[in-house]
Design a protein around this ligand. Structure first.
Ligand SMILES: Nc1ncnc2c1ncn2[C@@H]1O[C@H](COP(=O)(O)OP(=O)(O)OP(=O)(O)O)[C@@H](O)[C@H]1O
Ligand SMILES: [Mg+2]
Length: 251
Protein backbone atom coordinates (compact mmCIF):
# COMPACT_ATOMS: atom_id res chain seq x y z
CA UNK A 1 0.00 0.00 0.00
CA UNK A 2 1.43 3.33 -1.08
CA UNK A 3 0.97 6.41 1.06
CA UNK A 4 -0.63 9.08 -1.07
CA UNK A 5 -1.12 11.87 1.44
CA UNK A 6 0.74 12.44 4.64
CA UNK A 7 -0.32 15.05 7.19
CA UNK A 8 2.12 15.66 10.02
CA UNK A 9 1.38 17.78 13.04
CA UNK A 10 -0.65 20.34 11.16
CA UNK A 11 -1.80 23.37 13.11
CA UNK A 12 -3.94 26.13 11.68
CA UNK A 13 -4.75 29.43 13.29
CA UNK A 14 -6.84 32.10 11.60
CA UNK A 15 -7.02 35.73 12.57
CA UNK A 16 -10.65 36.78 12.50
CA UNK A 17 -12.18 40.17 11.60
CA UNK A 18 -11.70 41.42 15.17
CA UNK A 19 -8.00 40.60 15.03
CA UNK A 20 -8.40 37.64 17.42
CA UNK A 21 -6.64 34.37 16.81
CA UNK A 22 -8.89 31.36 16.14
CA UNK A 23 -7.03 28.16 16.78
CA UNK A 24 -8.71 25.63 14.50
CA UNK A 25 -6.40 22.68 13.92
CA UNK A 26 -4.22 21.57 16.78
CA UNK A 27 -1.75 19.00 15.56
CA UNK A 28 -3.50 16.87 12.95
CA UNK A 29 -1.77 13.67 11.89
CA UNK A 30 -3.19 11.54 9.11
CA UNK A 31 -2.02 9.23 6.42
CA UNK A 32 -4.07 8.43 3.33
CA UNK A 33 -3.34 5.39 1.19
CA UNK A 34 -3.39 5.61 -2.60
CA UNK A 35 -6.84 4.71 -3.99
CA UNK A 36 -8.62 4.62 -0.64
CA UNK A 37 -11.91 6.24 0.29
CA UNK A 38 -11.44 8.11 3.54
CA UNK A 39 -14.24 9.93 5.33
CA UNK A 40 -13.70 12.68 7.87
CA UNK A 41 -16.43 13.37 10.42
CA UNK A 42 -16.42 15.72 13.38
CA UNK A 43 -18.45 18.23 15.37
CA UNK A 44 -19.88 21.21 13.53
CA UNK A 45 -17.30 23.96 13.07
CA UNK A 46 -14.37 21.83 14.25
CA UNK A 47 -12.24 22.50 11.19
CA UNK A 48 -13.13 19.76 8.69
CA UNK A 49 -13.34 22.14 5.73
CA UNK A 50 -10.20 23.90 6.90
CA UNK A 51 -8.32 20.59 6.89
CA UNK A 52 -9.60 19.77 3.40
CA UNK A 53 -8.65 23.26 2.18
CA UNK A 54 -5.14 22.75 3.55
CA UNK A 55 -4.91 19.35 1.80
CA UNK A 56 -6.01 20.95 -1.46
CA UNK A 57 -3.57 23.86 -1.14
CA UNK A 58 -6.27 26.54 -0.79
CA UNK A 59 -5.09 27.26 2.76
CA UNK A 60 -1.60 26.99 4.21
CA UNK A 61 -0.99 25.18 7.47
CA UNK A 62 0.40 27.49 10.18
CA UNK A 63 2.86 24.77 11.21
CA UNK A 64 3.41 21.15 10.23
CA UNK A 65 3.61 19.56 6.81
CA UNK A 66 1.30 18.11 4.19
CA UNK A 67 2.83 15.98 1.48
CA UNK A 68 1.17 14.35 -1.50
CA UNK A 69 3.25 11.83 -3.46
CA UNK A 70 6.18 12.93 -1.32
CA UNK A 71 5.88 16.58 -2.35
CA UNK A 72 4.92 19.42 -0.03
CA UNK A 73 1.53 20.92 -0.93
CA UNK A 74 1.97 24.65 -1.54
CA UNK A 75 -0.84 25.54 -3.88
CA UNK A 76 -3.88 24.01 -5.63
CA UNK A 77 -3.16 21.57 -8.43
CA UNK A 78 -5.15 20.05 -11.27
CA UNK A 79 -4.14 16.66 -9.92
CA UNK A 80 -6.34 17.27 -6.87
CA UNK A 81 -9.80 18.70 -7.31
CA UNK A 82 -12.77 19.63 -5.21
CA UNK A 83 -16.29 18.39 -5.84
CA UNK A 84 -18.60 21.09 -4.63
CA UNK A 85 -22.30 21.01 -4.07
CA UNK A 86 -24.19 21.76 -7.28
CA UNK A 87 -23.22 25.45 -7.01
CA UNK A 88 -19.86 24.70 -8.65
CA UNK A 89 -21.35 24.45 -12.11
CA UNK A 90 -22.09 27.43 -14.38
CA UNK A 91 -25.84 27.93 -14.98
CA UNK A 92 -25.23 29.68 -18.33
CA UNK A 93 -23.23 26.74 -19.76
CA UNK A 94 -24.64 23.50 -21.14
CA UNK A 95 -23.62 20.19 -19.55
CA UNK A 96 -21.01 19.71 -22.29
CA UNK A 97 -19.60 23.23 -21.86
CA UNK A 98 -19.45 22.90 -18.08
CA UNK A 99 -17.34 19.77 -18.42
CA UNK A 100 -15.20 20.95 -21.34
CA UNK A 101 -14.55 24.32 -19.63
CA UNK A 102 -11.86 22.93 -17.37
CA UNK A 103 -10.02 21.26 -20.24
CA UNK A 104 -8.48 24.50 -21.51
CA UNK A 105 -7.11 24.77 -25.03
CA UNK A 106 -7.18 21.15 -26.15
CA UNK A 107 -8.22 20.56 -29.78
CA UNK A 108 -12.00 20.22 -30.11
CA UNK A 109 -11.93 16.52 -31.01
CA UNK A 110 -9.90 15.67 -27.95
CA UNK A 111 -12.05 17.84 -25.68
CA UNK A 112 -15.18 16.22 -27.04
CA UNK A 113 -13.83 12.73 -26.55
CA UNK A 114 -12.93 13.44 -22.90
CA UNK A 115 -16.15 15.33 -22.12
CA UNK A 116 -18.30 12.55 -23.59
CA UNK A 117 -16.35 9.87 -21.74
CA UNK A 118 -17.16 11.50 -18.39
CA UNK A 119 -20.71 12.37 -19.38
CA UNK A 120 -21.20 8.64 -20.00
CA UNK A 121 -19.40 7.67 -16.79
CA UNK A 122 -21.77 9.73 -14.66
CA UNK A 123 -24.83 8.53 -16.59
CA UNK A 124 -25.76 11.78 -18.36
CA UNK A 125 -25.59 10.61 -21.97
CA UNK A 126 -28.25 12.41 -24.02
CA UNK A 127 -28.18 15.47 -21.72
CA UNK A 128 -24.98 17.03 -23.03
CA UNK A 129 -26.83 20.02 -24.56
CA UNK A 130 -29.08 20.58 -21.53
CA UNK A 131 -28.63 23.57 -19.21
CA UNK A 132 -28.43 23.21 -15.41
CA UNK A 133 -31.89 24.78 -14.99
CA UNK A 134 -33.33 21.83 -16.94
CA UNK A 135 -31.69 19.26 -14.64
CA UNK A 136 -32.69 17.76 -11.30
CA UNK A 137 -30.47 18.21 -8.24
CA UNK A 138 -28.98 14.74 -8.66
CA UNK A 139 -28.22 15.39 -12.33
CA UNK A 140 -26.50 18.67 -11.48
CA UNK A 141 -24.43 16.79 -8.95
CA UNK A 142 -23.49 14.32 -11.70
CA UNK A 143 -22.33 17.25 -13.86
CA UNK A 144 -20.24 18.41 -10.93
CA UNK A 145 -18.61 14.99 -10.65
CA UNK A 146 -17.98 14.80 -14.39
CA UNK A 147 -16.48 18.29 -14.37
CA UNK A 148 -14.12 17.32 -11.58
CA UNK A 149 -13.16 13.96 -13.09
CA UNK A 150 -12.59 15.29 -16.63
CA UNK A 151 -9.33 16.99 -15.64
CA UNK A 152 -8.19 13.52 -14.57
CA UNK A 153 -7.09 14.33 -11.03
CA UNK A 154 -5.80 11.56 -8.84
CA UNK A 155 -7.32 12.91 -5.63
CA UNK A 156 -10.93 14.02 -5.18
CA UNK A 157 -11.92 16.19 -2.24
CA UNK A 158 -15.59 16.00 -1.40
CA UNK A 159 -16.84 18.55 1.14
CA UNK A 160 -20.44 17.68 2.06
CA UNK A 161 -21.09 17.08 -1.66
CA UNK A 162 -24.62 15.79 -1.15
CA UNK A 163 -25.75 18.56 1.20
CA UNK A 164 -28.00 20.27 -1.32
CA UNK A 165 -29.81 17.10 -2.37
CA UNK A 166 -33.11 15.69 -1.16
CA UNK A 167 -32.96 12.52 0.93
CA UNK A 168 -33.81 10.13 -1.90
CA UNK A 169 -31.35 11.64 -4.37
CA UNK A 170 -28.69 11.67 -1.68
CA UNK A 171 -29.01 7.88 -1.30
CA UNK A 172 -28.82 7.46 -5.06
CA UNK A 173 -25.73 9.67 -5.35
CA UNK A 174 -24.00 7.79 -2.52
CA UNK A 175 -24.27 4.62 -4.60
CA UNK A 176 -23.09 6.50 -7.65
CA UNK A 177 -20.01 7.90 -5.98
CA UNK A 178 -19.00 4.41 -4.87
CA UNK A 179 -19.40 3.15 -8.43
CA UNK A 180 -17.43 6.08 -9.87
CA UNK A 181 -14.72 5.63 -7.26
CA UNK A 182 -14.49 1.90 -8.04
CA UNK A 183 -14.37 2.51 -11.79
CA UNK A 184 -11.77 5.28 -11.66
CA UNK A 185 -9.55 4.21 -8.75
CA UNK A 186 -9.13 7.77 -7.42
CA UNK A 187 -8.14 8.57 -3.87
CA UNK A 188 -11.27 10.14 -2.32
CA UNK A 189 -11.52 12.20 0.85
CA UNK A 190 -15.06 12.93 1.93
CA UNK A 191 -15.99 15.40 4.65
CA UNK A 192 -19.46 14.78 6.00
CA UNK A 193 -21.47 15.42 9.16
CA UNK A 194 -23.52 12.33 8.30
CA UNK A 195 -22.08 9.33 10.16
CA UNK A 196 -24.18 6.85 8.20
CA UNK A 197 -22.90 8.30 4.94
CA UNK A 198 -19.32 7.95 6.17
CA UNK A 199 -19.85 4.29 7.14
CA UNK A 200 -21.62 3.50 3.89
CA UNK A 201 -18.91 4.97 1.70
CA UNK A 202 -15.51 4.90 3.34
CA UNK A 203 -12.73 2.37 3.83
CA UNK A 204 -11.73 4.28 6.94
CA UNK A 205 -13.41 6.98 8.99
CA UNK A 206 -11.33 9.67 10.71
CA UNK A 207 -13.15 11.23 13.65
CA UNK A 208 -12.13 14.74 14.64
CA UNK A 209 -12.44 16.29 18.08
CA UNK A 210 -13.93 19.66 18.87
CA UNK A 211 -12.00 22.80 18.02
CA UNK A 212 -9.04 23.20 18.35
CA UNK A 213 -9.24 19.87 16.57
CA UNK A 214 -7.07 16.85 16.32
CA UNK A 215 -7.95 13.44 14.91
CA UNK A 216 -9.39 11.44 17.80
CA UNK A 217 -9.19 8.11 15.98
CA UNK A 218 -9.32 6.51 12.58
CA UNK A 219 -11.67 3.52 12.36
CA UNK A 220 -11.32 0.76 9.77
CA UNK A 221 -14.41 -0.22 7.85
CA UNK A 222 -13.93 -3.74 6.49
CA UNK A 223 -17.58 -4.28 5.45
CA UNK A 224 -18.21 -5.53 1.91
CA UNK A 225 -19.91 -3.22 -0.57
CA UNK A 226 -22.74 -2.57 -1.22
CA UNK A 227 -23.30 -2.02 2.48
CA UNK A 228 -26.49 -2.54 4.37
CA UNK A 229 -27.23 0.06 7.07
CA UNK A 230 -29.32 -2.57 8.88
CA UNK A 231 -26.39 -4.96 9.16
CA UNK A 232 -25.31 -5.43 12.77
CA UNK A 233 -21.67 -4.60 12.05
CA UNK A 234 -22.69 -1.45 10.16
CA UNK A 235 -24.67 -0.29 13.21
CA UNK A 236 -21.84 -1.15 15.58
CA UNK A 237 -19.38 0.91 13.60
CA UNK A 238 -21.83 3.82 13.50
CA UNK A 239 -22.33 3.53 17.25
CA UNK A 240 -18.60 3.59 17.92
CA UNK A 241 -18.33 6.79 15.92
CA UNK A 242 -21.30 8.39 17.71
CA UNK A 243 -19.76 7.36 21.00
CA UNK A 244 -16.59 9.20 20.10
CA UNK A 245 -18.59 12.20 18.97
CA UNK A 246 -20.34 12.11 22.31
CA UNK A 247 -23.76 11.99 20.72
CA UNK A 248 -26.43 9.80 22.20
CA UNK A 249 -27.76 7.60 19.44
CA UNK A 250 -31.54 7.70 19.22
CA UNK A 251 -33.13 4.30 18.92
N1 LIG B 1 -10.76 32.26 6.62
C1 LIG B 1 -11.10 32.19 7.89
N2 LIG B 1 -10.85 33.20 8.76
C2 LIG B 1 -11.16 33.12 10.05
N3 LIG B 1 -11.74 32.05 10.63
C3 LIG B 1 -12.03 31.01 9.83
C4 LIG B 1 -11.72 31.01 8.43
N4 LIG B 1 -12.11 29.82 7.91
C5 LIG B 1 -12.64 29.13 8.93
N5 LIG B 1 -12.59 29.82 10.08
C6 LIG B 1 -13.06 29.36 11.39
O1 LIG B 1 -12.51 28.09 11.60
C7 LIG B 1 -13.42 27.25 12.30
C8 LIG B 1 -13.59 25.95 11.55
O2 LIG B 1 -14.25 26.19 10.32
P1 LIG B 1 -14.50 25.04 9.24
O3 LIG B 1 -15.35 25.63 8.18
O4 LIG B 1 -13.21 24.43 8.85
O5 LIG B 1 -15.31 23.98 10.11
P2 LIG B 1 -16.17 22.72 9.63
O6 LIG B 1 -15.83 21.61 10.55
O7 LIG B 1 -16.01 22.50 8.18
O8 LIG B 1 -17.63 23.26 9.95
P3 LIG B 1 -19.06 22.78 9.38
O9 LIG B 1 -19.38 21.54 10.13
O10 LIG B 1 -19.95 23.91 9.71
O11 LIG B 1 -18.88 22.57 7.89
C9 LIG B 1 -14.70 28.06 12.45
O12 LIG B 1 -14.73 28.56 13.74
C10 LIG B 1 -14.55 29.15 11.43
O13 LIG B 1 -15.21 30.31 11.86
MG1 LIG C 1 -17.35 22.53 6.57
Amino acid sequence: MTTKISVRDVQKTFVNDKGEEVHVLDGVNLSVVEGEFLAIVGPSGCGKSTLLNCLAGFETASTGAIEIDGEVVRKPSRKRVFVFQETGIFPWYSVWDNIAFGLGDLPFEEKHEIAMRYIRLVGLEGFEKAYPSELSGGMKQRVEFARALAVEPDVLYLDEPFGALDAFTRLEMRREIVRIWQETGKTCILVTHDVEEAVELADRVAVMTRRPATIHSVLDNPLDRPRDPDDRRFRELKDSIFEILGVERRV
